[in-house]
Structure formats: structure tokens, C-alpha cells
Ligand binder design. Structure first.
Ligand SMILES: [Zn+2]
Length: 350
């Protein structure tokens, strides 16, 4: 269903090489697979990217607050209807952010508050009124934000973004909803909410929605993966069109970004990782291999997770049992020598 070639190849073995079985503590994973590294369209890579970025951000902000900086959580949206194309609302939101950030009144409000930089996360959901693009930022200031500075930023952020939308002939925002600012302190839950947002990758209850939810919707919103899952279950072409629109409009756009220099200031000892880097798994030791052809059989039968689970719980003995139960040729399983099943040896030599 995807038009994205990298996504199509994600999770496939690179070339014709074997797939490694890697053990890390009690858990096993595959090694040597191609990974697409997309934080938008890949359910596997985006979960890893968003989870790891959330961890990075929470450490950066904790460090900032400890060092006496101020931080404000800002959410920005754009009014929309079911007819609005994602291209339109996503474009106006991005342009509006840029335009208002360059407006003298916003610049002045930020300067007075001691603006230092920001971390931006973009999100797209779909609800009753169509696509709902929005951004969550953590803005960092050189000192704790005073009530006066906070009030001024609340006013200017809203007024200027709203003025931009109206100037473009777009619908005006509702005050108190279109732009929200929340001061983050050591014990406020604003950062926690932000991080939870980053981790919402969306394979959830939304999967169970009824057909009417897609067009008219119920209360709440759908994550793009809900739309994809809905198409896979029903073959509904409207859902496929929505998914393709989402793929098109998110292509090449960052999911989460630190403004220039901010990351280096807050996390000076950590090298910066790209989304592709974050999608790659971490530590572990190789404990065995699956031949390329055997791994492809495993995928065709939808057994990728079952293979790892059997290794987690019962080692190579359990994995051999699983493969045998599915009439798979275990000669393609190369485990640690002492655990190799004698029948496997017969198979390979024969
Ligand atoms: Zn991927």
C-alpha cells in the first residue's frame, strides 16, 4: 500500500545475507536487516525514533532546568475543516510559525524573556474535522520565565500566528485553543505530557474504529497508522488515499528538531544521532543466524515476533520446535554449536 520504497524494504534482509540473531539480556532481536529510518510513515522505525528522541529531550530539558534555565511548552495548531488538504494546513502552520517568529513583537517578547532556543516536534492526526497538524515545542530561556514575560508571549504568539492565518484568507483561531503555553518547572507535568505525546505512535484502540469514524469520526482523533490499519483490514480506497496524502506531505520533513546550537549547549557530551541512527538497534551479541531464505519464509508466515519470543523463553531448542511445527527446514538455522539439533546436522550433510 505504500508508495515509499524505503518503507517497503524496511525489515527485509540486506541483499542475500543471513539474518543475525542478537541477544541483549533476556531479549533477542534481528540484526542485518535494512531499516528505513522514517519517523513518520514506518510503524517500527517511528516508534524507536520517537521513543529515543523523547529520552534525549527529557534529559536535555532536565539539564536546562537544573542549570537555572526557563522552559515553556508551546502547542500551535491551525483551524481546519474536513475539506482542507493536509498540504494546505501543514504549509500554513509551518509558514505561520516562521512568519510570526520573525515578527518584531514576537522577537521582542522573546528577547525580554531571554529566549535561547527550542525543540520542535510535529504531529499529524485526523479527527472529525479532517487533518489536524500541530506542533509541540519546548522553548528554552536563559532564566526562569516571569509571569509578565509569560503573559506577553501568550498574547504575541497567538495574535501574530492568527494574523498570518487571517491574512492568507484562512479561518481565525479561537483564543486559548489555537496556541497554548505552559511553563515547565521541575515538578510540573507539562514535560511529562510532551514526552507522552512524542511516544504516541498510535497502533491502538483506534484500530477498532467503525467505518463512519473515518469520515465523520467519533470524539478524539486517529493516528495515521490507524488509517493504514483500517485500509489493510477493509480495502477501503478512501483510507488508502488519505494514507498516500499523509506519505506525500510528510516526505523529507523532520519529526523532531533542536534549534541550531541548542542541543550542543544542553547535551555537550553526546554526539548527535540522525533518525536513521536512532532506528538502528543498540547493544547485544550475535548468538546465531537464520539463512536468508529461511528468514523470508518466517516473514511470509508472519512469524518474525514468534521466532524472537521462542528464543527469549526457550532458547534454540524452542526455536527449533517452532520452525519444525511450521514444517520449515531447520537447516537454515545456525545456532550455537552445542545446541545444534542432531537432525539438523543430518539434513545439512545429506
Ligand atoms: Zn522502518
Amino acid at each position: 500500500m505504500t508508495a515509499n520504497r524505503r518503507l517497503r524494504d524496511c525489515g527485509r534482509p540486506a541483499g542475500v545475507s543471513d539474518v543475525a540473531l542478537i541477544q541483549n539480556g533476556d531479549h533477542h532481536r534481528y540484526g542485518g536487516l535494512f531499516l528505513c529510518g522514517s519517523g513518520w510513515v514506518c510503524p517500527v522505525c517511528s516508534a524507536k525514533i520517537r521513543f529515543r528522541r523523547a529520552d534525549e529531550i527529557s534529559r536535555a530539558i532536565a539539564r536546562a532546568i537544573e542549570a537555572g534555565f526557563g522552559a515553556v511548552f508551546v502547542t500551535r495548531t491551525i483551524p481546519h475543516t474536513a475539506e482542507d488538504e493536509l498540504r494546505t494546513t501543514l504549509g500554513y502552520l509551518a509558514e505561520g510559525r516562521r512568519w510570526s517568529a520573525n515578527h518584531w513583537a514576537v522577537k521582542q517578547a522573546r528577547e525580554e524573556a531571554g529566549y535561547f532556543g527550542c525543540i520542535t516536534a510535529k504531529e499529524i492526526t485526523r479527527g472529525n474535522n479532517g487533518w489536524h497538524p500541530h506542533t509541540h515545542d519546548v522553548e528554552v530561556f536563559r532564566e526562569p520565565v516571569t509571569p509578565k514575560a509569560y503573559g506577553k508571549m501568550c498574547k504575541e504568539y497567538f495574535d501574530k500566528l492568527n494574523a498570518f492565518y487571517v491574512r492568507q484568507g484562512h479561518k481565525p483561531m479561537v483564543r486559548g485553543i489555537g496556541v497554548k503555553l505552559d511553563i515547565i518547572t521541575r515538578d510540573s507535568d507539562a514535560l511529562g505530557r510532551y514526552l507522552v505525546k512524542l511516544q504516541e505512535t498510535g497502533i491502538g484502540l483506534g484500530n477498532e474504529m467503525a467505518r463512519g469514524d473515518l469520515k465523520k469520526g467519533r470524539k478524539g482523533s486517529l493516528m495515521p497508522f490507524d488509517i493504514a490499519a483500517y485500509f489493510l483490514r477493509t480495502g477501503d480506497v478512501d483510507a488508502l488515499k488519505l494514507w498516500h496524502e499523509y506519505e506525500r506531505e510528510t516526505k523529507g520533513k523532520s519529526v523532531i528538531r533542536f534549534s541550531k546550537g541548542l542541543r550542543g549547549q544542553l547535551l555537550p557530551d553526546e554526539p548527535e544521532a540522525s533518525d536513521e541512527d536512532l532506528a538502528v538497534e543498540g547493544d547485544g551479541v550475535e548468538v546465531g543466524r537464520l539463512a536468508n531464505w529461511l528468514y523470508r519464509r518466517v516473514v511470509a508466515l508472519g512469524l518474525e515476533a514468534a521466532v524472537l519470543r521462542s528464543l527469549d523463553t526457550g532458547g534454540f531448542g524452542a526455536l527449533t520446535e517452532l520452525l519444525t511445527a511450521y514444517h520449515l527446514d531447520t537447516s537454515g538455522l545456525h545456532g550455537p554449536r552445542q545446541e545444534i539439533n542432531p537432525t539438523m546436522l543430518t539434513n545439512t550433510s545429506g
